[in-house]
Design a protein around this ligand. Structure first.
Ligand SMILES: Nc1ncnc2c1ncn2[C@@H]1O[C@H](COP(=O)(O)OP(=O)(O)O)[C@@H](O)[C@H]1O
Ligand SMILES: [Mg+2]
Length: 258
């Protein structure tokens, strides 16, 4: 197991100013992530999941508390953290290989070529090097975005609802692919998702967040052996446990009683 990629989030609070008023988005967030763990964060829209990932990746520095990567306090964005968003954010005028090449920092042309080839292979896009984003399916575009996020060998890969726009069958296939990539790269992954089944399939731990302000309500360990069998009783029971915790700790804005 990789010894790098541990993350400590300590007493983190984050406010935004909206029309002059303070909006408390994150409150007293505490989380320890071990090297190589797969963590999912589940919570309703607006509870601060993306904000938390933006803090971890270093895009926001104005917050209280501290975030340590391998014991060192974060100081802005750095190559040790990669991120994948829900929309692939590939440049439409560049081919897959050129999009991936853009992410590579500080390598010779020869090294770049090898890195591109090995990452295209890693995400299963061999044969599509010269394709443009509009020629790819949603799943393939996300594979390219994952490759681009991994080219600098980050210690942590952050995934913000990376499969949210895909159809159900492609998602299931991508779960296997993400697990394969995680196994191969042996890096820490932190994924935001709305999908409890996805979280149970992939995660070592599932973090349940509540909204207004965003708080971590519960951390659930997923001790199931891998690869996981969605049809098994254990899997169904785990899913039930996570759903129950989710419903207990989140108040849906549209909930009502008949
Ligand atoms: N740059 C910003 N300025 C002001 N408010 C913001 C900003 N970014 C997010 N917010 C607010 O913070 C809250 C959490 O947003 P976000 O982290 O995107 O939630 P989630 O990803 O869980 O849907 C929302 O109420 C959102 O409107
Ligand atoms: Mg979000």
């Amino acid at each position: 197991m990789n010894s790098k990629g541990s993350l400590e989030i300590k007493r983190v609070r984050k406010q935004y100013k909206v029309s002059g008023a303070a909006l408390q988005v994150l409150d007293d967030i505490n989380l320890d992530v071990k090297p190589g763990e797969f963590i999912s964060i589940v919570g309703l829209s607006g509870c601060g999941k993306t904000t938390l990932l933006r803090l971890i990746v270093g895009l926001e520095s104005d917050y209280e508390g501290e975030i340590l990567l391998d014991g060192r306090r974060l100081n802005g964005p750095s190559l040790d953290r990669g991120i994948v968003f829900q929309d692939h954010r590939l440049f439409p005028w560049l081919t897959v290989e050129k999009n991936i090449a853009l992410g590579i920092v500080g390598k010779s042309e020869k090294e770049k070529k090898n890195i591109i080839a090995s990452h295209i292979e890693l995400v299963g896009l061999k044969g599509f090097e010269k394709s443009y984003p509009h020629q790819l399916s949603g799943g393939m575009s996300q594979r390219a975005a994952i490759a681009r996020a991994l080219v600098n060998q980050p210690e942590i890969l952050l995934l913000d609802e990376p499969l949210g726009a895909l159809d159900a069958l492609t998602r299931m296939y991508m779960h296997k692919e993400l697990e394969r990539i995680w196994n191969k790269e042996k890096i820490t992954m932190i994924m935001v998702t709305h999908d409890v089944e996805e979280a149970v399939y992939l995660s070592d731990k599932i973090v349940i967040m509540s909204a207004k302000p965003g708080r971590l309500q519960k951390i659930i360990n997923v001790p199931l052996a891998r690869p996981r069998d969605r049809a098994s009783l254990d899997f169904a029971e785990m899913k039930e446990q996570v759903l129950e915790a989710f419903l207990l700790h989140t108040e849906h804005p549209f909930s009502y009683t008949i």
